[in-house]
Design a protein around this ligand. Structure first.
Ligand code: SAM
Length: 330
């Protein structure tokens, strides 16, 4: 396929992904699909830097207001004197969505055993998902609301199916993470970039992100810089050694594994299966269907745009990409 064809395909599928969630980003992506001049502008970026989330955030970083009509994006990109291009080259999409905890916590609760846990977040970004015990949860179910935890701050998700909605929050005795580029919640520029990555209409996510950054600033997570394939075995061994008797280590990832190339994804799945031979260790993944195809295949086919939530390599639910709801099956 031609480079412009690739750009069109990427933006067309992003429009599907954004549909019903961000009318602005859907309109912008569809605008690009029909706009050869903007496609040529994008095609001059290296392939990984053409992704809509990154380019839209870079344009907003340099002052483009959103929501706004597509013409504003078009004029901003075509009039760029190099700053938007430079920001796209320098930065990465490291959206850290703490709302995903509302779907991860039921998966944590479904892990066999009880007692204290260690949490190892693979592809942690700023590590904001390492504090499930600092939030309260309100899950709407067909049988009414289920709540757990103190009053604030709070996360909400709609739930269908028999998800294990625990009555208690996990007791976390160890937290750590790995990222190619760990982000520091105490750094103002980093916080501004993370806030810019939140989609335009998602004011609730921006509020939540501020709260999550505040939590991480007060208790900075131990984040290791490096490639997850290299760093995971060593960090998992450290975490296991630090656990009290009876403790379990939950190694989890959300919205990360699709960043690896296909051989890397296969190596990650094999590495996790190796690590699972230790009965104290469990694996929770909340990933796009194509990230871990063998895991995805253990459940029903996911509807478009849904993530696959899995425990120890077995799919248990389909989830909203930002943790707004989950469907757990019997
Ligand atoms: C979209 S963010 C998701 C962050 C977080 N897990 C969440 O759900 O909010 C993906 C993160 O994975 C990290 N990442 C991608 N490839 C990686 C690799 N090979 N090793 C370590 N981290 C990686 C990126 O740097 C980024 O911070």
């Amino acid at each position: 396929m031609s480079v412009l064809g690739d750009v069109q395909t990427t933006y067309r599928s992003f429009a599907v992904y954004a549909a019903g969630s961000s009318p602005c980003f859907e309109e912008w992506a569809l605008g690009v699909v029909d706009d050869h001049e903007v496609q040529r502008w994008l095609a001059r970026l290296p392939e990984p830097k053409r992704q809509p989330n990154l380019v839209f955030a870079a344009a907003r970083w340099h002052g483009l207001a959103a929501p706004a009509p597509y013409d504003h994006l078009r004029a901003t990109l075509l009039g760029d004197a190099g700053r938007i291009r430079a920001t796209s080259m320098e930065r990465a999409t490291q959206t850290n969505e703490v709302g995903r905890l509302a779907v991860l916590v039921p998966a944590f609760a479904s892990v066999p055993g009880d007692g204290p846990v260690g949490l190892l977040d693979v592809g942690a970004s700023a590590g904001l998902c390492l504090y499930p015990d600092r939030w309260s949860y309100s899950w709407s179910t067909g049988r009414g609301a289920v709540t757990v935890g103190p009053a604030a701050p709070s996360l909400h998700a709609g739930v269908s199916g028999p998800a294990p909605l625990s009555e208690a929050l996990p007791e976390v005795v160890w937290r750590g993470g790995i990222d190619l580029n760990p982000l520091d919640a105490a750094d103002a520029d980093t916080c501004r970039w993370l806030l810019t990555l939140v989609w335009p209409e998602h004011d609730d996510r921006r509020v939540r992100l501020e709260e999550a950054l505040d939590i991480a600033r007060h208790e900075p997570p131990g984040l290791r810089r490096g490639d997850l394939l290299q760093e995971l075995p060593g960090l998992a061994a450290e975490a296991l050694a630090a656990l009290p008797h009876g403790g379990r280590l939950l190694v989890f990832s959300s919205a990360v594994i699709a960043y690896l190339d296909v051989p890397g994804r296969e190596r990650y799945a094999a590495l996790m299966r190796d690590l699972l031979t230790d009965p104290r260790l469990h694996w929770v993944s909340n990933e796009r269907p194509r990230a871990l195809p063998a895991v995805t295949a253990t459940g029903p086919p996911p509807p478009p745009g849904r993530y696959v939530l899995a425990v120890d390599g077995h799919a248990v639910a389909h989830t909203h990409q930002h943790g707004r709801d989950l469907h757990w099956w019997d």
